[in-house]
Design a protein around this ligand. Structure first.
Ligand code: SF4
Ligand code: SF4
Length: 260
């Protein structure tokens, strides 16, 4: 009997810090099991061996910030049966999307000694603005258990079981005292998607919204609470403009306060 072909996995990098790809390698205990189930065909962070497409599953890290990225993501899509974006860069444009609110030329001349050598787009955009995406896994960086669930689900042709509830639910599940109620510490947990395990509140810090907006977030109410805790509009803009600044609900809320 002919041996069943293993699904072929590709991992693509666009504009990013590589942290989400490292989360794949961080699956130390499960890595051998993954390698047993799939053929890792293209993963430059882990291997110089380059297997040609098509691929059954592509994991895409990073945002689109150059003309070359615009072309390459089309290639990735054409060569992939399923395409899953991983991390805040790929799903929301990442921290580098802060350029979308400013003149990128000012940043370039402030950062680089030879700005004339830099070729870049004026925006950083999520992968879904360029090609069809089959699933988006949030986080900066992603949670490795959620990543394993996504790989398992996509290879078994089922929808990944990833909660879209808020970080507050994770706080309650682990029995953490609410830092906003108990100490008046600003916390974006009520509008942020679960996934980190509410790490920051467990260390008496507010949530920084690394996992981006939860499903139907009430950002207006969140801003009112931040204001009641003494935060000025400038602070509200900064709170919403971090790793997921260009995710629509956060972008709109920050723009509403920036224009005041
Ligand atoms: S989402 Fe965060 S950890 Fe992942 S590549 Fe982007 S900056 Fe790095
Ligand atoms: S600490 Fe933050 S995330 Fe946790 S319950 Fe309070 S508001 Fe929600």
């Amino acid at each position: 009997m002919a041996k069943k072909r293993k699904p072929r996995l590709a991992v693509w990098k666009f504009s990013s810090c590589d942290g989400c790809q490292l989360s794949i390698l961080d699956c130390e205990d499960e890595l051998l099991s993954i390698a047993g189930e799939v053929e890792v065909s293209y993963f430059l962070e882990a291997s110089s061996v380059v297997g040609k497409g098509p691929y059954d599953l592509s994991l895409v890290e990073g945002s689109i910030t150059t003309a070359h990225d615009v072309e390459r993501i089309q290639t990735a899509r054409q060569e992939s049966k399923l395409l899953v974006t991983i991390g805040a860069c790929a799903t929301a444009g990442g921290i580098q999307a802060l350029r979308n609110f400013k003149d990128v030329k000012e940043f370039i001349s402030a950062v680089y000694a030879k700005p004339e050598y830099i070729e870049t787009l004026t925006t950083s955009t999520p992968i879904s603005e360029h090609v069809q995406v089959d699933f988006e896994l949030r986080g900066c960086p992603i949670n490795k258990n959620q990543l394993l669930e996504v790989i398992n689900a996509t290879l078994n042709e089922r929808r990944p079981n990833i909660p879209t509830s808020s970080v507050c639910i994770e706080c309650k599940l682990r029995g953490t005292t609410c830092v906003m109620v108990a100490h008046g510490t600003p916390c974006l947990g009520p509008v942020t998607q679960a996934g980190c395990g509410a790490i920051c509140p467990s260390y008496s810090r507010g949530c920084y919204a690394c996992f981006g907006p939860k499903e139907t977030p009430n950002t207006g109410s969140m801003s009112s609470w931040l204001a009641q805790l003494g935060m000025k509009d400038e602070g509200v803009v900064r709170a919403f403009r971090t790793f997921n600044a260009y995710a629509e609900p956060f972008r709109k809320e920050s723009e509403a306060h920036a224009s005041k």
